[in-house]
Design a binder for this molecule. Structure first.
Ligand SMILES: *[C@@H]1O[C@H](CO)[C@@H](O)[C@H](O)[C@H]1NC(C)=O
Ligand SMILES: *[C@@H]1O[C@H](CO)[C@@H](O)[C@H](O)[C@H]1NC(C)=O
Ligand SMILES: *[C@@H]1O[C@H](CO)[C@@H](O)[C@H](O)[C@H]1NC(C)=O
Length: 242
């Protein structure tokens, strides 16, 4: 009885909407199906002049091209082209298929608007965001992290600044160290810093225990964010000789 009533109302609905429904369907197929707006992430890997935006290449989208531009938010309405680097180019080493674009000669302490527009034969969608260079500073992680046990309690952690941070003498970096271990199956971790040097001696570690060490880099005055953590270095402190 209930089933019959439901079918009845569905049929009724279709009858009433019949003509319109077809029109809508046709509209969707021909032009109302633009590519999704890209999900864009921007950061400044070397203050003040290495600013990149990245977005993933959709895996099964129709042929899509991108127009990436930027302009000052409050200044003259001049639109600059962001220099596009397609996925798979030499400079993007990550395995994910990522588009990059590079912005040149950004002014300090100035609000910008970035516009990344995905265009396909079915239409276009834009990602729009505003940013200021100083807020999106994020160095690449430190490199060559080395951990050398000194004795059964102390060790030395050393690293090098990311080579992509090209104005180290004008804009120095500071660093944080994180080390992690397990105590009876429970993960523990300690964060140290900031340090302005590129080596630190740590004391009071536990003989025989394994630790994972990582380092991140941040602009000295605190602009933006700390880098991603460097890849972990696993070190086992030697056992005390009995
Ligand atoms: C920006 O970087 C380019 C290339 O690395 C360099 O030639 C230029 O001198 C830099 N400009 C400034 C203002 O640091
Ligand atoms: C973003 O860029 C596209 C392509 O150049 C353009 O058609 C659109 O008007 C721009 N949007 C804004 C808000 O400037
Ligand atoms: C670190 O090395 C020790 C000793 O080789 C090993 O037991 C431990 O599982 C390693 N830890 C991690 C997180 O890889």
């Amino acid at each position: 009885m209930l089933m019959t009533a439901m079918f009845g109302s569905v049929i009724l609905l279709v009858c009433v909407l019949g003509g319109h429904a077809l029109d809508l369907l046709r509209a969707a197929v021909t032009s109302a199906n633009p590519p999704p707006a890209p999900t864009v992430h921007c950061w400044c890997a070397s203050y003040p002049n290495m600013t990149l935006c990245a977005w993933p290449e959709p895996s099964h989208a129709p042929l899509t091209r991108y127009i990436a531009t930027y302009s000052e938010r409050h200044g003259e309405p001049i639109t600059e082209q962001c220099h596009l680097i397609p996925p798979g180019s030499s400079s993007s080493s990550s395995s994910e298929q990522v588009w990059l674009c590079q912005m040149l000669n950004l002014k300090l302490l100035t609000s910008y608007i970035i516009n990344v527009t995905a265009v396909s034969s079915a239409g276009s969608s834009s990602y729009l965001a505003s940013f200021m260079l100083e807020d999106i500073v994020k160095p690449d992680p430190p490199v060559d992290v080395q951990v050398s046990p000194r004795n059964t309690r102390n060790l030395l952690v050393e690293w090098s600044p990311p080579s992509t941070w090209s104005h180290l003498n004008i804009f120095p970096l500071k660093y944080q160290i994180m080390y992690q271990w397990e105590n009876k199956g429970t993960p523990q971790s300690v964060n140290l810093g900031p340090f302005e040097s590129t080596k630190v001696e740590l004391k009071g570690l536990t003989p025989g225990r394994s630790y994972l060490f990582q380092v991140c880099a941040k602009e000295l005055l605190g602009l933006g964010k700390c880098s991603h953590w460097s890849s972990p270095v696993n070190v086992t402190i030697p056992q005390a000789k009995s």
